[in-house]
Design a protein around this ligand. Structure first.
Ligand code: S3P
Length: 441
């Protein structure tokens, strides 16, 4: 059913950022593998994360909600995982499915993996290829698409692997397989990707060595056979979710928003760095730390002028999920915004280059797709709007289009909002608190 975001005069208020999706998946997975009981607070209860919890429970962990956002997980520890009785359905979740493939690889168990229409189109050979070299079996065809069955092994061989693409999911899957392999597994990443796996594994007591070269490349080493120990963890706020609220403030005729407890981590902050090129000034106050991550309270108000910019390629991995909302910001700016070196956008929840172009064109914004990026001609103020956006099962396209509608000349419609619950179930409530007018008419 279509939903419509109507233009409003102001976006103001204060919101506590929802729990980070990447950290929430990892906290549940590592707690489920650990020896003992972990308590997690501030967990993002998005559909993707809940499916990760269900998958780990199906393999023997006890995963229970104590109160909203507060979960208790009794890990399997030395007993190890058992084969799930039914197939594991990961819904829309690339992160849950791919990280858990790495986990299953290291145990002598069998598990069938499946997902929704979007996940069934996403490339899994990027995970299967290194894990096959380490010694597991699978019945995936040459295309490497879900559904398929994995047969893990208690005898995995450690490996030395250089990531062919900048992907934290691939890095994490290989490191998690390495946790149960014989010897030391080393993953080299030419460009640093989000490092929550490395940080949080340390929190759960594993030894993980990281060497960073002056150019920013990283090598991460993990010794096989380590046991994780339970941890009480609080999940930091999600900078990718905060980016939608921040952008709503920036494009509003009168925007003034505070977003509390946002994780500040250089492998995730690319969008907030790029905002400075657009002429936006952000205030940041220290807000403590959670799960080994620094927290800040972000203050954002609408600038007098937004100017388009070329996005530096070095920042692409640190803002890989923020390109749909960047495209919305660019459409309000003066001048041209160019994105290059972002071919990974083609294999997200949708082909995000094509989906972004379709979203902007439906709303009267001139733009062009490139094989590895896109160009947006800014309207130098509110774009026409008035379009119906096809969301293609992609939560970030849906949220971006709804943010655009808050300040475009005419309302913006999306064909579906149900998938927003995969990553940000409180999005509509938070936008309403800030003054947005988003409804089913
Ligand atoms: C994620 C890694 C990124 C990102 C995704 C979450 C993670 O994917 O797009 O939303 O939690 O590791 P890639 O590893 O495919 O870049």
């Amino acid at each position: 059913m279509p939903w419509t975001s109507h233009p409003v005069d102001r976006i103001t208020g204060s919101i506590s950022a929802p729990g980070d999706k990447s950290c929430s998946h990892r906290a549940l997975i590592f707690a489920a593998l650990a020896e003992g009981a972990s308590e997690i607070t501030g967990l993002l209860e998005g559909e993707d994360v809940l499916r990760t919890g269900q998958a780990m429970a199906a393999m023997g962990a006890e995963v229970e909600q104590i109160s909203p956002g507060h979960w208790r997980v009794m890990g399997v520890g030395k007993r190890g995982l058992k084969s799930p009785a039914a197939e594991l359905d990961f819904g829309n979740s690339g992160t849950g499915s791919r990280l858990i493939m790495g986990v299953v690889a290291g145990y002598p168990i069998t598990a069938r993996f499946t997902g929704d229409a979007s996940l069934k189109k996403r490339p899994m050979n990027r995970i299967l290829n290194p894990l096959r070299e380490m010694g597991f079996g699978d019945d995936a065809g040459p295309e490497g698409l879900l559904p398929f069955t994995l047969t893990g092994s208690g005898e995995l061989k450690a490996m030395d692997y250089t990531l062919p693409m900048a992907s934290a999911q691939v890095k994490s899957a290989v490191l998690l397989a390495g946790l149960n392999a014989k010897g030391t597994t080393i993953v080299h990443e030419p460009r640093a990707t989000r490092d929550h796996t490395e940080r949080m594994l340390r929190g759960f007591g594993a030894e993980v060595k990281v060497v960073t070269s002056p150019g920013g490349a990283r090598s991460i080493a993990i010794e096989g056979g380590q046991t994780l120990t339970a941890l009480d963890a609080s999940i930091p706020g999600d900078p990718s979710s905060a980016a939608f609220l921040a952008t709503a403030a920036l494009i509003s005729p009168a925007g003034d928003v505070m977003i509390e407890r946002v994780m500040s981590n250089s492998t995730r902050d690319g969008y907030f760095d790029v905002l400075a090129y657009f002429g936006a000034e952000l205030g940041a106050d220290e807000a403590g730390e959670a799960a080994g991550e620094r927290l800040i309270d972000l203050q954002i108000s609408s600038p007098s002028r937004l100017t388009g910019a070329d996005v530096p390629e070095r920042l692409v991995p640190a803002m890989i999920d923020e390109f749909p909302i960047l495209a919305v910001l660019a459409s309000f700016a003066h001048g041209v915004t160019r994105v290059t070196g972002a071919g990974e956008l083609r294999v997200k929840e949708s082909d995000r280059i094509d989906a972004v172009i379709a979203m902007l064109r439906a709303n009267g914004v001139a733009c062009e797709a490139d094989p590895e990026g896109f160009t947006v001609e800014g309207c130098g103020g509110p774009p026409p709007g008035g379009g119906l956006v096809e969301t293609r099962h992609d939560h970030r396209i849906a949220m971006s289009a709804l943010v655009m509608g808050t300040a475009a000349q005419n309302p913006v419609q999306v064909d579906d909002i149900s998938m927003i619950a995969t990553s940000y179930p409180d999005f509509l409530a938070h936008m309403a608190e800030l003054g947005a007018d988003i409804r089913d008419t």
